[in-house]
Design a protein around this ligand. Structure first.
Ligand code: 3MF
Ligand code: MG
Length: 343
């Protein structure tokens, strides 16, 4: 029996379109995805604002709330809850050069509007977490934005959210690049510095995605541990990544099994989830996969996470202690590899 509750986003089941080619699988309606998520064993759904309220730019604030309420009904009918809402600030023509850090005041205003509406949507869905993946808050041309002004603008935007709703929590999902060349908030350390500088540090934390840490050349287990140290790990996006290339969102553990094990191990050791946090996945099916494999990567990731949880619970701390005392790291490393490879 897993100690964790798991979450997934509707974008994790997708048609396979990428920057170089069109979709290869047909779009699955939201309600069908939700039904299947429950069957697979998920407990909660992650949302972008417009996953919950499609075409929200054309709706009034009241209409947005009403639509969010209808989405909540779909969740409830399937025995699921919402984990978070993330303003999707990277799709709109008005935010091609960033939302909060755009050089245009009008565009920054639009980004703030979407952020506050995301809070309204979260309230209607019954969740208190806003995730900020700061997709375009960075530069393609370094000299096009002032870095200090930009960091201050991100902080201003977060403060506006904290002031708009005194219960809402903001989780920064860090990523060093893609779609920007250089991000203003690439790592968990950056996220926690923003948290400390905000008007309410107790309500700003982090969401760590494994692949994003790897793209920053960092170890995801240690990024997780860093946030846990300060009680700031409020979300994770477990997935995998094969080296420094485009963000692959591979199924969890398929590429870097030992690293995946250490992510789960640090979550288990620190009783992650005991304050209602979810173990979220952010994985994509390979583009080559046929329609019938639309959910296989989710099933596999969940299975791998649970298998690694069992391994973590079997970890022999007495043996580890002995190895550390004698500094026999070769023996410790071999033990870990055997633990992972033996049935
Ligand atoms: C991009 C991501 C995003 C975020 C999502 C929710 C589309 O690399 O990881 O997925 O996770 O927007 O914050
Ligand atoms: Mg993610």
């Amino acid at each position: 029996m897993s100690m964790f509750r798991f979450s997934v986003g509707p974008w994790n089941v997708h048609s396979g379109a990428d920057a170089f080619g069109p979709e290869v699988r047909s779009e699955i309606p939201f309600a069908d995805k939700v039904k299947r998520f429950k069957e697979i064993g998920f407990d909660a759904v992650q949302f972008h604002d417009d996953d919950a309220v499609p075409d929200m730019n054309d709706l009034s604030d009241a209409q947005i709330r009403a639509k969010a309420k209808a989405t909540r009904k779909i969740l409830e009918d399937n025995g699921l809850v919402a984990e978070f809402v993330a303003p999707r600030l990277w799709m709109d023509r008005r935010t091609i050069d960033g939302g909060y850090t755009s050089n245009s005041a009008k565009e920054r205003e639009f980004a703030d509007w979407r952020s506050l509406r995301s809070i309204d949507i979260a309230n209607e869905l019954g969740c208190d977490k806003i995730v900020l993946w700061l997709a375009r808050e960075g530069t393609l041309c370094y000299e096009s934005k002032d870095a200090i002004t930009s960091v201050r603008r991100i902080l201003d935007a977060i403060n506006k959210m904290l002031e708009y709703d005194k219960k809402i929590k903001v989780l920064i999902e860090t990523k060093p690049n893609e779609p920007v060349d250089i991000s203003f908030c690439p790592t968990m350390g950056h996220a926690l510095a923003l948290s400390a500088a905000s008007v309410d540090p107790n309500r700003v934390g982090g969401l760590l995605e494994s692949a994003h840490a790897m793209l920053a050349g960092l170890d995801p287990a240690n990024e997780i541990a860093f946030a846990l140290t300060f009680g700031k790990l409020w979300g994770v996006h477990l997935n995998d990544q094969n080296g420094l290339k485009f963000d692959q969102d591979k199924a969890f553990g398929v590429q870097n099994l030992r690293t995946a094990f250490n992510q789960v191990k640090v979550l288990v050791e620190n009783n992650y989830g005991s304050k209602g946090e979810y173990v979220g996945l952010d994985v994509k099916a390979m583009r080559t996969q046929p329609q019938e494999n639309s959910y296989r990567h989710l099933e596999n990731s969940l299975k791998i996470a649970k298998m690694l949880e069992e391994k973590a619970k079997k970890f022999d701390y007495a043996f580890q202690k002995k190895c550390v005392e004698t500094r026999d790291y070769e023996a410790l490393e071999m033990y870990v590899l055997e633990l992972l490879m033996k049935g």
